[in-house]
Design a binder for this molecule. Structure first.
Ligand code: SF4
Length: 338
């Protein structure tokens, strides 16, 4: 069965916080939201979906769903639940904050057919959480994750790369904790949006936006942690939209629509180099054959053949051949020399 999400964006509703990096109005491209429209959003989306071959989920994203005024939250859940009862959708997923989770809220979510909760964890480092004004601690995040899992939900942890006060070490710590606590992850390299406190910090020198190179390396390293522990990363980087190319919207942080692929290229390059070293392969002047998972040849070769060129130049390899193989999964490439 194909899986399809019907996304319903809840812009900043119910969120009294102002995380320094957040400008929900800008990122969604919408500044107004009417809960009464949700029924037609779902109905219209369903009319384009082949129900026989598709497993459909309504996904409430943006803002902090469980922080919405209770009557509005119930209205939205009831609206989506109607379609679970009619068999047209399978379940509901939503995103929220760790401090808006408790046993009572989880029992409401369960009753209405919520299956997956995505938690905006962002960082598991208290100094980073404090400087970004997240308004909760890592202890709170850990407890929320444990409670969500205890209650039987699927849990996706969202983390950010390049927040103020963060570094690679703190991001790897966050990725490792998410692996322990969650079923999967999303990774978002920080993009500096205008009209945010982070933008002010960047303008006054209090924050240095990520360069593209740094974003690829740090995202790739986090991705390697998840891959190493068999955890799925369901998305890397913000959903590409016209507004993210608009200099009136984005101040810095080098938004790149293919950041996910670039990070994957990075991990493949790293894995190939590690394997050559571990197996003590003498590749100089030889042809290196890389066996990769089905559909991954372009990721192994890299954008604009960057991985291939680096490997040839750095290791004096004569030629590189990439072969896709059924039994190679994730980043567990195999190598041989001709
Ligand atoms: S909690 Fe989420 S919606 Fe609220 S300000 Fe922070 S990032 Fe934005």
């Amino acid at each position: 069965m194909k899986h399809v999400n019907i996304p319903v964006f809840i812009p900043h509703l119910g969120c009294p916080n102002d995380c320094v990096f957040c400008n929900q109005k800008r990122i969604s491209g919408t500044s107004s939201f009417h809960k009464e429209d949700v029924d037609s959003i779902i109905k219209n989306a369903l009319s384009t979906i082949d129900k026989e071959s598709t497993e459909t989920e309504v996904a409430f994203f943006g803002g902090s769903f469980t922080g919405i005024e209770r009557s509005d939250m119930l209205y939205l859940l009831e609206t989506a639940h109607k379609y679970i009862e009619s068999g047209e959708i399978k379940s509901i997923r939503l995103s929220t904050r760790p401090d808006y989770i408790d046993v009572e809220i989880l029992s409401i979510l369960k009753k209405y057919g919520v299956k997956t909760i995505e938690l905006g964890l962002q960082s598991m480092d208290d100094a980073v959480l404090s400087v970004t004004k997240r308004g909760h601690t890592s202890k709170c995040a850990i407890e929320s994750c444990k409670l969500i899992k205890q209650e039987g939900f699927t849990l996706i942890g969202q983390m950010m790369i390049g927040l103020p006060g963060s570094n690679l070490e703190k991001e790897l710590h966050t990725a490792n904790l998410i692996c322990e606590l969650c079923d999967g992850a999303r990774i978002y390299p920080t993009v500096v949006l205008r009209e945010t406190e982070l933008c002010q910090m960047a303008k006054t020198g209090g924050y240095k936006p990520l360069t593209l190179e740094d974003a690829i390396m740090r995202t790739g390293e986090a991705l390697a942690v998840f891959a190493g522990k068999g955890k799925q990363v369901i998305r890397i980087g913000l959903q590409s939209g016209d507004e993210l190319y608009d200099p009136d919207v984005v101040y810095g942080g080098d938004y790149h629509p293919a950041i996910g692929e670039l990070a994957e290229n990075y991990v493949f390059y790293k894995k190939i180099c590690e394997k050559i070293e571990k197996e003590k392969l003498d590749v100089s002047g030889k042809t290196l054959v890389i066996y990769c998972p089905i559909g991954c040849t372009s990721k192994v070769i890299g954008q604009k053949k960057s991985n291939k060129i680096k490997l040839i130049n750095n290791l004096n390899i004569k030629y590189i051949k990439v072969v896709e193989k059924n039994d190679v999964i994730d980043y567990n490439i195999e190598l041989s020399i001709l």
